[in-house]
Design a protein around this ligand. Structure first.
Ligand code: ADP
Length: 248
């Protein structure tokens, strides 16, 4: 079904003990847009991401993907519904090469069915597809390099390639420029812009110049709730947003 909003949260909340990390969040991510979620540390951005991808169970509310309520789906089923998030290569398959990492992602997603149905030639097909994905993110010359030996910027590009392996309609990127030096930020911003074409992207990002250059719409969280929403000019001139960022 083609709906105006690819992803929605309605009354989303999550309590840890008596503490609401996320409360009453209503979010609408327009199909084909890049939507950023920003807010000071502890605002609830990561919790929101984990709720949206079903990594964490919500205490309240529902999540609608392409018009379907996915609140009751398991994390593993969310990918088959067309949503995938970046995950930290740096924390997982570090000894595997870039190519192997992408192959695993392909096999974990839709590639699995292909492997069973077309055993002959399937490895060659996987390698070809994995190489295409590496080329897509500019890592074609690093295919045989262990993930642990890639530069920081290339690791993040590899994470994006593994996310793309699931061919998601909706892609969630969790702080793709975190910890990056200036020289890596521009290429990764360009890469996100490129891979966003034809997809819907929700991004948590601290770097406001990245947010301003990429995002169509921005939701600002504070203390687990939505403070405001709008385009960059609107949210960056909002006194409450300025105060939140100044710790006021
Ligand atoms: P952000 O990503 O915006 O920095 P988080 O979503 O990580 O914020 O955290 C929001 C709040 O929820 C913080 O106060 C954090 O300490 C709390 N929190 C997050 N995860 C847990 C948890 N598993 N148990 C208890 N408190 C948590």
């Amino acid at each position: 079904m083609t709906t105006e909003y690819a992803l929605e949260a309605r009354g989303l909340g999550r309590k840890f003990g008596a503490f609401w990390a996320v409360k009453d969040v209503d979010l609408k991510v327009r199909r084909g847009s890049i939507h950023a979620m920003i807010g000071p540390n502890g605002a609830g951005k990561t919790t929101c991401f984990n709720l949206l991808t079903k990594t964490l169970q919500p205490s309240t509310g529902s999540i609608i993907l392409n018009g379907e309520d996915i609140s009751r789906l398991r994390t593993s089923d969310v990918a088959t519904q067309g949503m995938a998030r970046s995950f930290q290569i740096s924390a997982t398959f570090t000894q595997m090469t870039a190519l192997e990492n992408v192959r695993v992602a392909l096999q974990a997603g839709k590639g699995t069915a292909y492997r069973f149905w077309r055993p002959l030639g399937s490895i060659a097909h996987l390698n070809t597809r994995a190489m295409e994905l590496l080329e897509n993110v500019g890592l074609q010359d690093s295919a045989g390099v262990a993930a642990s030996d890639l530069s920081y910027g290339k690791k993040r590009a590899l994470e994006i390639a593994t996310t793309l392996a699931l061919d998601p309609q909706v892609m969630l990127l969790d702080e793709p420029t975190a910890g990056m030096g200036h020289e890596d930020i521009e290429p990764i911003t360009e890469l996100i812009r490129k891979v966003s074409v034809g997809r819907t992207v929700l991004i948590v990002e601290h770097n406001l110049s990245v947010v301003s250059s990429l995002s169509d719409r921005i939701t600002v969280l504070q203390a687990g709730q939505i403070l405001t929403e709008g385009n960059y000019a609107e949210v960056s001139s909002d006194e409450r947003v300025i105060a939140a960022y100044m710790g006021g």
